[in-house]
Ligand binder design. Structure first.
Ligand code: CP
Length: 308
């Protein structure tokens, strides 16, 4: 079902297909050694034109745990992109060496372009401020595991909602699930783009509201999705410095949240979640990052390996 397909944005997979991946990830997590030979003899290329810790290393860990191998680069300076080679030529070449390509690139649309030239599946590991579909799968799996299902939930997105590609991908994906409400909490300069609110959210009739106050809405939330202000996407440092500490979640604010609200964050965090929150049982972000490896194992086994 997943063989030979690309994953450029979350909409590439149906709800039923994502459910299959979640079930597989849950089995991988709980059954020691399950699928450990699934990708024996397969090679994954990780092409990272932008920095990453979780996405690149969890993909590499996933492939190694499935019995496969990895090659690639962690920054473009060590590839022939630095000599001017086009992305199209790069992925054509890498298709000769690997069975699948995972790519992060600062340009919106880069993954879609790569998928048109590669002859093996391309998985988008983040394209500029656009999409990050495997983070979305990670986030949905985390919500499912922490809350039991992905339905009848009010999700708050807080921080940099303009440049945060994880927010764009997740809001779009959640709009396809039943009875989801959304609260977008940001300074006016970092509002969620209209193409998200006027597009999928309107189309699916999602109850969403925008505010600049976390305090006003935190008590209504079942899931709080915190995000970092994306310094690398600002045109001017002054604006970044003015906005970077707009929201800092601390234990004082957590007192007004529901007892079963869960705090997620795609990570890395900078200042937006105080370290004192880490010990709160509602802090789900480190476990969420671990789910990222299980869902990537499920994805690779389904796309290039064997699943039985
Ligand atoms: N969440 C995430 O994409 O983290 P990295 O930038 O470390 O890959």
């Amino acid at each position: 079902m997943f063989k030979g397909r690309h994953l450029v944005e979350p909409g590439n997979f149906s709800i039923e297909e994502m459910d299959d991946l979640f079930r597989l990830a849950e089995r991988i997590e709980t059954e020691e050694g399950y699928l450990r030979e699934s990708c024996r003899g397969k090679v994954l290329a990780t092409l990272f034109f932008e920095p990453s810790t979780r996405t690149r290393l969890s993909f590499e860990a996933a492939m190694l745990r499935l019995g496969g191998n990895c090659l690639g680069f962690a920054e473009p300076g060590s590839s022939s992109a630095s000599k001017g080679e086009s992305l199209a030529d790069t992925v054509r070449m890498v298709s000769c060496y690997a069975d699948a390509i995972v790519m992060r690139n600062p340009k919106e649309g880069a993954a879609l372009l790569a998928s048109r030239y590669a002859t093996v599946p391309v998985i988008n590991a983040g394209d500029g401020g656009h999409h990050h579909p495997t983070q979305t799968l990670t986030d949905l799996l985390a919500i499912r595991r922490f809350r039991g299902s992905i339905a009848h939930l009010t999700i708050g997105f807080c921080g940099d909602l303009k440049f945060g590609r994880t927010v764009h991908s997740l809001a779009k994906a959640l709009a396809r699930y039943p009875h989801i409400g959304m609260r977008f909490i940001s300074p006016p300069e970092l509002r969620v783009p209209d193409y998200i609110t006027e597009g999928p959210l309107k189309k699916e009739g999602i109850d969403y509201r925008e505010t600049d106050s976390l305090e006003k809405v935190i008590g209504d939330l079942d899931v709080l999705y915190m995000t970092r202000v994306q310094r690398e996407r600002f045109f001017n440092e002054e604006d970044y410095i003015r906005l970077k500490d707009s929201y800092i979640l601390n234990l004082e604010k957590m007192k007004t949240a529901k007892r079963d609200m869960i705090v997620l964050h795609p990570l890395p965090r900078v200042n937006e979640i105080a370290q004192e929150v880490d010990a709160d049982p509602r802090a789900g972000y480190f476990k969420q990052a671990q789910y990222g490896m299980y869902i990537r194992m499920a994805l690779l086994a389904s796309m290039v390996g064997s699943v039985s």
